[in-house]
Design a protein around this ligand. Structure first.
Ligand code: FEO
Length: 399
């Protein structure tokens, strides 16, 4: 059931907490902790509904809304973002209140028309436009490319609430939907995973938008994203983290992402990790088998690393398919300022290292060595080469 609750004097949460969701964007994004589709009812003399929920929950969304308001009393709908997880209940809702104006960006008009093929009563808005609810005012702030061209935020001046669209969101389902009622480390990990997998391709835009929003000097009592917890106890923490994440983010971490056919590349990975740890004693070194680790968690770990090693056996004159998939994902998020090298075992051809290196270079990594390939199962001499390779890589990363 949908559960509405007041988040301030005049704002009620009317979204859907989806405890069962385990993947998103098809199967592109894992959501191991569920998610929520946040929607808000803002009441002044007039009433505005900010966003709806994903279509499978449309009936319960509308039933829940009806339990707290006569739908005819909704004067405005605001679509902060056209994507279906937030707009999916619009068709059902607009059957009940067909002429209600929908405030969104011009790109939002295009996306909603493209998806629902309805000529609803759209009202395009831009940064600085205001919606007067009678005693309360919503101010719109475009959030183009965070993370689609149509994203929009709005600020409720009277109550100091920023409705931040997908920005600052996390795929997490928590019954008490606040940042101070759940393990903050888990919330921040989910916020970082969201940033790494969804926002990072537009990190430069995120950085500029952060600066623009902060320059507005808006007092913030609550930040209400479209997914996950509402920020109230850790607003400065999430703002600070977004600033860091959007600016060539790296922790003192090196990760080794690899896949292996018959364990030889795994043996190499472990020996290389040992070599790295001998030199860079302060760094966290993580080994991630790409066929056994969730791809979005790998992206998050790569995003958090100062350097990455990519490893694969050679098969069919190429690299293993899980590595190809992960490298393709990583290429899409356009990371900068990270060092990399490649390694792999082979029996006959030995093409994998060259292919991995080219892929990593195309993905924006700074390649610090030509890589290491070992034929057949590594013997002690070969493992010593791997340890030395790890040591040299660590030295190159340390500069
Ligand atoms: Fe949460 Fe981009 O939709």
């Amino acid at each position: 059931m949908n559960r509405s609750f007041k988040i301030s004097e005049n704002v009620t949460y009317v979204g859907k907490i989806d405890h069962e969701l385990r993947s998103f964007h098809g199967d592109e994004l894992s959501t191991f902790r569920g998610s929520s589709y946040n929607a808000y009812l803002v009441r002044g003399e007039k009433t505005a509904l900010i966003d709806t929920v994903w279509a499978p929950f449309a009936d319960e969304f509308i039933d829940s809304l009806k339990s707290i308001i006569d739908l005819k009393e909704i004067d405005y709908i605001i679509a902060l973002h056209g994507e279906v997880d937030h707009s999916g209940s619009l068709p059902a809702l607009l059957k009940e209140i067909p002429d209600t104006p929908i405030y969104c960006t011009p790109a939002g008009v295009a996306s909603l028309k493209g998806m629902y093929h309805e000529d609803w009563n759209f009202v395009p808005v831009k940064t600085g436009d205001k919606l007067d609810l009678g005693g309360k005012t919503l101010t719109f702030i475009e959030a183009k490319m965070l993370h689609w061209p149509d994203n929009l935020m709005c600020y409720l001046d009277d109550e100091q609430i920023l409705f931040s669209t997908d920005v600052f969101g996390q795929h997490i389902s928590v019954q008490e939907l606040y940042d101070d009622t759940y393990d903050l480390d888990k919330i921040m990990y989910e916020a970082k995973k969201y940033f790494a997998n969804i926002v990072a391709p537009y990190a430069k835009i995120a950085k500029a938008k952060m600066e623009e929003v902060l320059a507005m000097n808006m007092p913030l009592k609550l930040i209400c994203p479209s997914h996950g917890v509402i920020w109230r106890g850790h607003i400065s923490d999430i703002l600070e983290n977004y600033k860091k994440w959007s600016d060539n983010y790296k922790e003192n971490q090196i990760c080794i992402v690899y896949d292996t056919m018959w364990n030889s590349t795994r043996m190499m990975a472990e020996a290389i990790a040992y070599g790295i740890s001998k030199i860079d004693t302060g760094a966290t070194v993580k080994l991630l088998n790409s066929s056994k680790t969730d791809k979005n968690d790998i992206v998050t770990e790569v995003f958090s690393s100062k350097a990455v090693l990519f490893g694969s056996s050679t098969a069919n004159r190429s690299i293993l398919s899980s590595m190809a998939a992960v490298l393709d994902l990583i290429t899409g998020i356009k990371l900068t300022g990270k060092k990399a090298a490649s390694f792999g075992s082979f029996g006959w051809g030995g093409e994998s290292v060259k292919i991995l290196t080219e892929h990593a270079e195309n993905a924006g990594f700074e390649i610090v060595s030509e890589g290491l390939k070992i034929q057949w199962v590594p013997d002690e001499e070969a493992l010593q080469k791997c340890i030395k390779f790890g040591e040299d890589f660590a030295k190159a990363v340390l500069g």
